[in-house]
Design a protein around this ligand. Structure first.
Ligand code: AMP
Ligand code: GLY
Length: 425
């Protein structure tokens, strides 16, 4: 089969790499891809928003399966457009992608079907939102309704901060139109778990769990990012939690989407809070592979990835069982100076050849200059994957590689996967 991956980040690099190991694959293409992906497969310089050009390219290259990486094209209906042109696509249609594109839709769905999540209320009027937060315990969580590239969530620790956030989001619209409606929800204690699950309507096949590190600084300090590092598996958490999450959250959500006339087909990503009593509750749903969760989950998948994707598209997921290696995977993100606020682009990236001797490197925000130099081109620049028999071994491998990399002002967290070393639940 010929396959086309849509996107240009570390997630797509990991998808292309994993598809390269499939025995079913003839040729892999990526649009638009990045310099790391271009070392593996042919990349086409087409924007992820240009559905017509993507369809044309896919037809020209006789693509048998298109795999959509990022959330924006999914929310804008890329799957509907490509399918209407006769293409086979892995990913939810626009109606199903709403589970990520609108937090209000997602929260109402969970409430209606009694699926565990934080208590909440929604607002379109600043006055009512202010009245509500003044009556709630702190900290309190404020979320813009729409897609906001990881910037739509604030955990307010004081009333002043909550009021300021509501003003910035609803009145100033500092994160854009996605702030016209907000969700205000209860703060949940615990540790996070990401479960990526293949879903073909009602059947759910959960991947091995991963844990992301959202804040920019060590010890979970500083503002949230798209994710500064991940690892899988989670040896400090009971294995039964994943089964419970599948039974109480993922399967009921898949059924609820079918009942709502929006069957979800693709990769449903549950961002969960595992409370100190070991119960999983939904923080968010994403309608796509996680970034950087994909970078640690796919390297551990022993089942042929293309078989799984095809089973989802054909509605035959019930015949698939996923197999996982015992290896531990740790991905450390190298980010630009200034990220997640304004950051520079165009800084030289050095030391990658040496780093690749230690670990697998996934490109995220990189670009090639005319003179052939590799430079930064995004907030998250690289994902460095260490693999080993233990968390210690995988961490060591990843950090040995990270220390070979030189970028002016580069940032990375030094504590990725250290939560795994302390038993939790
Ligand atoms: P989201 O974009 O909804 O995943 O939120 C971003 C991050 O904010 C999450 O990964 C959590 O770390 C944190 N967060 C969101 N909602 C809550 C909540 N209700 N309680 C505690 N932390 C939360
Ligand atoms: N790592 C979280 C996300 O992909 O949204």
């Amino acid at each position: 089969m010929n396959v086309l991956v849509i996107g240009s980040g570390g997630r797509e690099h990991a998808l292309v790499w994993a598809l390269g190991r499939s025995s079913q694959v003839t040729r892999i293409f990526c649009a638009p891809g990045n310099p790391g992906i271009a070392e593996l497969v042919e990349c086409a310089p087409i924007a992820v928003s240009d559905f017509e050009a993507i369809a044309e390219f896919a037809q020209q290259k006789t693509i048998d399966l298109v795999i959509v990486g990022p959330e924006d094209p999914l929310a804008d209906g890329i799957v509907d457009v490509l399918q209407s042109k006769g293409l086979r696509v892995f990913g939810p249609n626009q109606a199903a992608a709403e589970i990520e594109a609108s937090k209000v839709f997602m929260k109402h769905l969970l409430r209606k079907y009694d699926i565990p999540t934080a208590a909440y209320a929604t607002f379109t009027e600043i006055g009512q939102a202010l009245d509500y937060v003044r009556q709630q315990p702190l900290p309190i969580v404020i979320k813009a309704d729409g897609l906001a590239a990881g910037k739509g969530v604030t955990i307010a620790h004081t009333l002043a901060e909550a009021e300021q956030t509501l003003h910035d989001v609803m009145v100033e619209q500092k994160i854009g139109a996605s702030g016209q409606q907000v969700v205000i929800e209860e703060f949940m204690q615990g540790q996070e778990m990401s479960i990526l699950a293949f879903v073909d309507g009602e059947t759910v096949r959960a991947c091995a769990p991963a844990q992301d590190h959202k804040p920019i600084f060590d010890g979970d300090q500083g503002p949230n990012t798209g994710g500064m590092g991940t690892y899988s598996p989670l040896p400090h958490m009971s294995e039964s939690i994943v089964n419970e999450a599948v039974r109480t959250i993922l399967e009921p959500t898949a059924k609820a989407m079918v009942a709502e006339g929006r069957p979800f087909k693709g990769l449903l990503f549950a961002g969960l809070m595992i409370t100190p009593d070991g119960k999983p509750k939904v923080i968010e749903f994403n309608a796509r592979f996680g970034d950087p969760e994909t970078q640690v989950v796919l390297p551990r998948l022993q089942t042929d990835l293309l078989d799984v994707l095809n089973a989802v598209v054909d509605g035959k997921l019930e015949h698939i069982q996923l197999q996982w290696s015992d290896q531990v995977a740790v991905c450390v993100i190298v980010a630009s100076e200034g990220y997640p606020a304004a950051y520079r682009k165009g800084d030289l990236i050095e030391g990658l050849a040496e780093a690749s001797n230690h670990a697998l490197i996934f490109h995220a925000g990189t670009a090639l200059q005319h003179d052939g130099a590799l430079v930064t081109n995004g907030g998250r620049v690289l994902g460095v994957l260490g693999q080993g028999e233990s968390v210690d071994e995988a961490r060591k491998q990843a950090y040995e590689a990270v220390r070979c990399i030189r970028i002016a002002g580069m940032q990375y967290r030094k504590d990725i996967a250290t939560k795994a070393l302390v038993p939790f639940v």
